[in-house]
Design a protein around this ligand. Structure first.
Ligand SMILES: *Cc1c(COP(=O)(O)O)cnc(C)c1O
Length: 372
């Protein structure tokens, strides 16, 4: 049996007629930039995410960067970021000229550990950037309480958690401003690049709208030095087709995760994700941990099962951040996750026999491994 790590085919089959029809409509409508599809998507996604405003941008990284800038964060400021995250979270902070201050995760949840956040706060700290990694919500009430206590802003990186909730409240709706990505593999993915900013603050919404479009609110008048980072009209067209499926697809992801939890629950040497009781994750990625990661990945590959690693090299050990002077051992929990994590196949349309096959192969690997 061959089990791909990810396949778009099951989703694509479902939306194929609607997408093809909308492409023709888009072509003939001749409104290719910031047209009705972007406006409609911004309305729909704000409603979905239960925020007052949504601003479509070109991609997730730009969304994070513009969000930080809309909060007036820049040179001389510090932003608390997870040590264990995709590097984009850090890059956005660097791009506005601020300094990322990494905080270790909770080894059980993989997310930033609220108990370690306070120790990282300095007089220069302006904001905390929780990242809901792998689709699992951070403990947002704890993070909001710390931010309130110290007068800090919160900006969620919701790129991996569209539709996740903590205490019933959606991720991407807690912070003063939040950003997300619609990179094709995300839970809600465009057919190319896309991103969005969500906020309840009209001033932040206004500033983000200016920043994404040359600093211009009115054609030929430029109020600030902005970017060209508009959500593409064609990508918005695709997102409008796909958004109504997001909850169904997330439910399916949860079911697949439930199967993995069930079949792997008693397998020794395999550490399963821990889900906080108040959290409802959306399983962007299903990550297990094992000290045998390299060998297990090789074995699964030889048995037709594709897996991935999120992420093999944490940001603090990347060449791009060599100037911060971190070395191996500075963030041992993060480094432990990087060395032991393995992402199993998970996408809407993955069938139960395939999931069983994956888990059986994991079991047989461990039997082989530990019987000699
Ligand atoms: C995908 C992702 C981003 C960046 O998204 P792009 O659209 O690729 O720029 C940022 N943060 C996290 C956690 C992501 O997973």
């Amino acid at each position: 049996m061959h089990v791909p790590y990810l396949s778009f085919s099951p989703q694509n089959q479902l939306i194929r007629p609607a997408i093809l029809e909308k492409i023709q409509y888009f072509f003939d409508a001749e409104q290719y930039i910031l047209g009705p599809e972007v406006s409609a998507f911004e309305k729909a996604y704000a409603a979905y995410n239960q925020t007052t405003f949504c601003v479509g941008v070109a991609n997730g990284l730009d969304g994070l960067m513009i969000s930080l800038q809309a909060l007036n964060i820049g040179p001389g400021d510090e932003v608390i970021v997870p040590a264990n995250t995709y590097i984009a979270s850090w890059l956005a902070v660097s791009q506005v000229g601020a300094a990322p201050v990494p905080v270790e995760p909770d080894l059980a949840t993989y997310n930033i550990d609220p108990e370690r956040v306070e120790a990282a706060i300095t007089p220069k700290t302006k904001a905390i950037m929780p990242v809901h990694l792998y689709g699992q919500p951070c403990n947002m009430p704890a993070i909001m309480a710390i931010a309130d206590k110290h007068g800090l802003m919160v900006m969620e990186d919701n790129a991996q958690a569209h539709g996740a909730t903590f205490n019933g409240k959606l991720t991407g709706s807690f912070g003063q401003v939040n950003a997300t990505s619609f990179y094709p593999t995300k839970n809600l993915g465009a057919l190319g690049d896309g991103g969005a900013i969500t906020t309840n603050d009209p001033a932040v919404d206004q500033q983000a709208r200016l920043l994404r479009n040359y600093g211009s609110g009115k054609k030929h008048y430029n109020d600030i030095i902005g970017y060209n980072s508009r959500l593409d009209e064609l990508q918005a067209t695709f997102l409008n087709v796909k958004l109504p499926y997001l909850n169904t697809w997330n439910r399916e992801r949860r079911q697949i995760a439930a199967h993995y939890f069930h079949y792997l629950r008693e397998v020794p040497e395999i550490i399963l994700p821990y889900i906080l009781p108040a959290a409802e994750p959306v399983y962007h990625i299903f990550v297990i941990r094992t000290s045998q990661r390299g060998a297990l990945q090789q074995y699964l590959k030889s048995e037709g099962v594709e897996t991935a690693i999120h992420y093999p090299v944490p940001p603090h050990l990347q060449k791009a951040y060599a100037h911060l002077g971190y070395t191996k051992g500075n963030f041992p929990i993060t480094e432990n996750i990087a060395a032991t994590c393995l992402s199993l196949p998970l996408y809407p349309g993955l069938r139960e026999p395939q999931i069983r096959y994956v888990t059986e192969k994991i079991q047989s690997f461990l039997v082989i491994k530990f019987s000699n």
